[in-house]
Write a protein that binds this ligand. Sequence first.
Ligand SMILES: Cc1ncc(COP(=O)(O)O)c(C=O)c1O
Length: 375
Amino acid sequence: MKRIYLDHAATSPLLPQAKKAMLKWLDCGNASSLYQEGRQAKAAIDEARERVSALLGCDFGEVVFTSGGSEAVNTALLGVARANVDPCKNTILIGVADHHCGIHCQEPLERLGYKVEFISVDQFGCANLDHLKHLLTEKVLVVSTLHANNELGTLQSASEIGSICHEVGALFHCDAVQTFGKSGYWTKVEDLRADLVSVSAHKLGGPKGAGALYVKAGTKPKQLIVGGGQEREMRAGTENVAAIAGFGVVAMASRTPNEPAEALRKLLTECGAVPTVPKNVPSLHTHIHIRFPGLVAETVLIKLDQVGISAGSGAACSSGSLEPSHVLRACGYSEAECKEGIRFTLGPETTLDEAIEAGRRIKVATAEMRERRTV
Ligand SMILES: Cc1ncc(COP(=O)(O)O)c(C=O)c1O
């Protein structure tokens, strides 16, 4: 049975051009060395930085390479907090439905002496702007929110959030891991009105373990990893040239066609799936989040795996078991409903035939599961 991969929001398969670039640079010099091998490695990093900055629409020197989206988000929040010298700026705001890499900065930030407050969301996981305005005082150092919610796919108005933050002198960090490189959502960092933007390579066919933080000129987070002066002293350590080069070659905008997602969405509704996000709410067109009421996501996902479909829930998975989704909880769902969320995410290579076949398999699988529950 041919497997159908529908979990692009978790990671996208490595593109051949990324693999080729990575193989070329697996064995290379240290980019800090002055001799030929070092200069060649440095040139490969510069080329990748050129491409990533072009896609971000920012200056070459505003890109800091990291080990991925999580490190970028951590650097934005903890790095800015550690660099701050103004004792009056003692509060940091984070979206309550953000990725765990942002939310879990709470504890280290509190240990640094900051007060962390969470911005509530509406039923679709988008920041409640009235609550944001209520929390925003001149004491706020930085505000962090997602551009697109990784579980639900809903888009927030980053530019509006950025403008609100700047009005009171707070920095704005936008986690754009789910929208970077996807055409139609933004074209340059300026569109997001953010001072810091986190992106990751593996969501667009690059390697896992590579990402970047856009740091607007004039902002300087303190490095989390101390050591050498790499990445303009914002991230120490000998660069992973292969991963950075692999990231560089995939740094171009791509557009996933609408038709496969539209077809799957329709077929899922016919199987009794309840969409979490109605059509009129701005969201990623490749993202389908649903619940099969009464069916626990973990069980459905195991069944789907058995019939050759790779899908996810977006909820944290540790020790092989899914935790109830903190995103659905923040959106006001009950504990039982928080365990029902399933996410299908399509990529540029997903075909209409695959989407239709997936719909057929899901229909049979969920009907069997429901039948077993009633006997
Ligand atoms: C919105 C969002 N932020 C951050 C991350 C973390 O990125 P990485 O896996 O590169 O650490 C992810 C990954 O799923 C994500 O979806």
